[in-house]
Design a protein around this ligand. Structure first.
Ligand code: PMP
Length: 444
């Protein structure tokens, strides 16, 4: 995210200094256990105790962490496994001839099975570990381009994509002499699926689309898009970075060709991601990077490549990160996706109603099928100023273009404030947020 420092006016600087000096008098409530139906299954207060970082105060105020779409926080259970790998069974994986390496290999490969089960992949060979969604997309775009794309071919990318799901396809298209076409959205943040039929030509090779938008929160009808794509003989790549933390993913039901996700948005370590692919497709793709592990045999006369998934996992991976991601998956499954998404939806509705009552506040992304993300602007106040001032209340939100420039262009804006929720958030935190927001707006 880039911050435009030119937008910090003298008046705002003065306000910031005042805010730092003066103790703001909004009541420092600790989040309370919400009284609602999901409390029957989710004890939010108990869940929060698992997250050490949430216990702290920022500027002497309870932390309200609403930047979960950027990255989530980790429970102690994940931190413990991360520590255990370094203190008890750390060694380089595969080709293991000793106890530590053996144990690390088994734990690493166990996470592969957990991911397979989490997203209901057909087989473990289809789970490729990467360093994140961005690397998963770069891998897929490069390898797919090498195998299937030639000059004049077309790739369709939606208007609501994160830059990660645009630029790698553009780079590949540039190398191959192919074209990128845009699938537009309407002003509610709905993908205009009906335009797909017009966009698809015999030259179209693939559609790249997010499962959930990181700005609008829109949940796209992936199964429907996959059906259209396959009926026309094309492949579908799904960026699941914002979906996998909130929804039960079933890649077989969705019938997608590729699916990408990041562990750090799923309460796991950063530097770990996954690329899922259909087996027959992955088998046809060339490797993305060369090095150790991805080979079967190396001679100066030529190299043969390893089998799936190792063909795509060159070099030493993030061993401890992958192992600890297994603990994050266990944690999520223990809570249950139905429970956490029901609670997050309740938070979304609660916050949306309160925000809409603020004069001059506009929300971007008003689809019914929406995850817990609210992007907004307030008339007459710059989004960066809002975010900076909210921080002084101990509230973490994100401001800027959210790595989605084409989407910003659609709405004719430079950026927004984005509040994004996780299952550990509470309605009391939303109250604190809305109260602080009203105060900040009043200052302008
Ligand atoms: N796609 C979407 C929709 C995202 O929200 C993000 C992260 N903001 C990414 C891709 C990139 O993920 P990562 O930085 O973990 O590679």
């Amino acid at each position: 995210m880039f911050i435009n420092k030119q937008n910090i006016t003298d008046k705002n600087i003065l306000c910031l200094i005042l805010l730092s000096l003066v103790r703001i008098t909004a009541s420092p409530k600790m989040p309370e256990v919400p009284k609602n139906k999901t409390i029957m299954t989710l004890n939010i207060q108990k869940i929060r105790e698992d997250f050490p970082i949430l216990q702290q105060k920022i500027y002497n105020r309870p932390l309200v962490y609403f930047d979960n779409a950027a990255t989530t926080q980790r429970p102690q259970q994940v931190i413990d496994v991360l520590t255990q790998t370094y203190t008890q069974y750390y060694g380089n994986i595969h080709r293991a001839a000793h106890f530590l390496a053996d144990k690390a290999t088994a734990a690493y490969e166990e996470t592969r099975d957990k991911v397979k089960n989490l997203i209901n992949a057909e087989s473990r060979e289809q789970i490729i570990f990467t360093k994140g969604t961005t690397e998963s997309i770069n891998l897929a775009a490069f390898a797919f381009g090498e195998a299937f794309v030639k000059a004049g071919d077309e790739i369709i990318v939606s208007e609501m994509e994160h830059h990660s799901n645009i630029v790698p396809w553009q780079m590949m298209a540039g190398r191959k002499g192919a074209k990128i076409l845009m699938l537009p959205i309407d002003n509610d943040g709905r993908l205009l699926i009906e335009k797909l039929e017009e966009l698809i030509t015999p030259k179209t090779k693939l559609i790249a689309v997010a499962h959930v938008s990181n700005v609008l929160g829109t949940i796209n009808p992936i199964a429907q898009i996959a059906q259209i794509a396959h009926a026309k003989g094309l492949r579908i790549f799904v960026d699941g970075a914002q979906a996998a933390p909130h929804l039960q993913i079933d890649v077989q039901k969705l019938n997608v060709d590729f699916y990408a996700l990041s562990a750090h948005k799923m309460y796991g370590p950063n530097g770990v991601g996954v690329l899922y692919g259909k087996k027959e497709l992955l088998e046809q793709l060339p490797p993305y990077q060369g090095g150790g592990e991805m080979i079967s045999e190396v001679k100066f006369s030529g190299t043969t490549y390893n089998e799936l998934p190792y063909k795509f996992e060159a070099g030493t991976p993030n061993i401890s990160g992958v192992i600890a991601f297994g603990a994050a998956i266990d944690y999520l499954q223990n809570i249950g996706f139905e429970n956490l998404s029901a609670w997050e939806h309740e938070l979304l509705e609660y916050a949306t109603a309160q925000l809409l009552a603020i004069p001059g506040l506009q929300i971007y992304g008003t689809q019914a099928e929406k995850s817990g993300v609210i992007s907004f602007n307030v008339e007459g106040v710059h989004f960066f100023d809002l975010g900076t001032m909210l921080d002084k209340f101990g509230i973490a939100v994100r401001t800027g273009h959210h790595c989605a420039d084409p989407l910003m262009d659609h709405f004719g804006i430079q950026g927004t404030v984005r509040a994004s929720f996780a299952f550990y958030n509470t309605k009391a935190e939303i109250d604190i947020f809305v109260e602080a927001l009203r105060k900040v707006i009043a200052m302008f």
